[in-house]
Design a protein around this ligand. Structure first.
Ligand code: PLP
Length: 451
């Protein structure tokens, strides 16, 4: 049996990696000089690299390993499903038990009116599905001109051409012909960076009203949907002021525009509830899911869709699907992952114990000279680095200090991510209080070293 356990020296693996492996979101030339850090195994919240270092993973992989690493039940669920039915598709009037059971389970967890699941292999694919779903819905309702989708600058909704267009990452748009037509962006509700003299509440309302202005500019009869994460994740964990979402809800209701809540990060316990929509008080028509759905043990995503949309779309063939829509092994693992989250009370424990503890510790970093805002919702938080707290000033070489701090974290065996000059945490939901203490201790040490 081919075995992938590391036996080669790190330098040899790094050279092979640089020679043959094109990495996502990576400056390849830079990696050639430095060599990738090679992760070989993991357990709980701990990674191990090819040199034997144990690294505290405060990012849960890529915001996804919610139940932590090394859960045998998930391995066993995958093996059992592979033995029984490793693959069958869900196209052309066939189905299978894992997809049926998972769809049923998700309908039970989602808000009451969302009862139908379209599976995909990732969050990007699911958001591509959503573009087609909302436009097809309006077309079938007799409003084919309703095509425009509004999103936010600095949002991340995936990396395919469709989902990358929904996202508001200008660096991504600059490569490869994005955005596609009929996608429009408004500003994000980032009070720390962009709030000026307004109070957070004034600013939240002002940013929400940009949505109304954009709807009126495009023509209210031309707008199909607004897509947003309940709390922006990859954009830097941008926690909106309390006034933001109620105003957005009001505007969407007024103009009869669908809301796609991208729950790829916020879902499955990350914000202290099953979905971020609940935490932020929003009522979506579609939810995008991925990541924590399987805790990253298998690639799977999907769209949970309202009864109304499913009924309308169901009136004709929806010409859309992926070979791996509802992959049986991924569905079986996701089901087992949901069982663990539920039966071990992980989501409740996050809400009542772990998140309040992490919040107290994380916000204590605000007294560090480099730290301006320290904001956290549930188990996702960020600190904004600043040369001057009082004026909320930004560094001129935006991102350089964030990069350096991330490097110091890595050297101190802690994975934190930087987005510009924001430092992010999003640990596995099962992190213990001792591990949270260690996370904060290492983060503070790294900040000291970055000064
Ligand atoms: N939506 C959000 C909010 C995300 O954070 C991500 C990934 O980080 C995606 C969509 C894309 O998911 P995937 O990387 O599984 O395609």
């Amino acid at each position: 049996m081919a075995h992938l356990t590391n036996t080669a020296p790190t330098a040899e693996l790094q050279a092979l990696d640089a020679a043959h492996h094109l990495h996502p979101f990576t400056h390849a030339a830079g990696l050639k000089d430095k060599g990738a850090r090679i992760i070989t195994r993991a357990d709980g919240v701990w990674l191990q690299d090819s040199e034997g270092h144990r690294i505290l993973d405060a990012m849960a992989g890529l915001w996804c390993v919610n139940v932590g690493y090394g859960r045998r039940e998930l391995v066993e669920a995958a093996a059992a499903q592979m033995a029984e039915l490793p693959f069958y598709n869900t196209f052309f009037q066939t189905s299978h038990v894992p997809a049926i059971r998972l769809a049923e389970r998700l309908a039970g967890l989602a808000p009451e009116h969302l009862n139908h699941v379209f599976f995909a292999g990732s969050g990007s694919e699911a958001n591509d599905t959503n573009i087609r779903l909302v436009r097809t819905y309006w077309e079938m309702k007799g409003a084919p001109q309703k095509k425009a989708i509004i999103s936010r600058w600095n949002a991340y909704h995936g990396s395919s051409v469709g989902s990358g267009s929904l996202g508001g990452m200008k660096g991504m748009h600059a490569q490869g012909g994005m955005p596609i037509p009929d996608i429009h962006h408004i500003d994000q509700p980032d009070w720390w960076s962009e709030g000026g003299d307004l109070t957070p509440e004034e600013f939240g309302r002002e940013r929400a009203r940009q949505l109304e202005e954009k709807i009126l500019e495009l023509g209210e009869d031309n707008v199909a949907a607004f897509i947003a994460e309940p709390v922006q994740g990859a954009g830097g964990v941008i926690v909106p002021p309390d006034s933001y979402w109620p105003e957005v809800n009001r505007i969407l209701d007024k103009y009869d525009i669908l809301l796609i809540a991208d729950e790829v990060i916020c879902g499955f316990g990350r914000t202290g509830n099953w979905f971020g929509s609940e935490t932020m008080g929003i009522r979506p028509d579609i939810m995008t899911i991925a990541k924590g759905l399987s805790s990253g043990y298998q690639p799977i995503g999907g769209s949970i869709v309202s009864d109304e949309i499913a009924e309308v779309i169901g009136g004709d063939e929806f010409n859309h699907g992926y070979t791996y829509s509802g992959h049986p092994v991924a569905c079986a693992v996701a089901l087992e992952n949901l069982r663990i989250l539920d039966e071990e009370g992980i989501v409740t424990r996050v809400r009542e114990e772990t998140a309040p503890y992490l919040k107290k510790k994380f916000e204590s970093l605000a007294d560090h000279p480099l730290v301006g805002e320290a904001k956290i919702v549930g188990m996702m938080g960020s600190i904004a680095l600043t040369p001057d707290k009082a004026s909320r000033a930004k560094f001129e070489d935006g991102g350089a200090l964030g990069y350096l701090t991330r490097e110091r974290c890595f050297a101190n065996d802690l994975v934190m991510r930087h987005v510009g000059d924001r430092m992010i945490v999003s640990p596995p939901l099962v992190i213990s209080t001792d591990e949270i203490d260690l996370l904060i201790e290492r983060a503070r040490k790294s900040l000291d070293e970055a000064m």
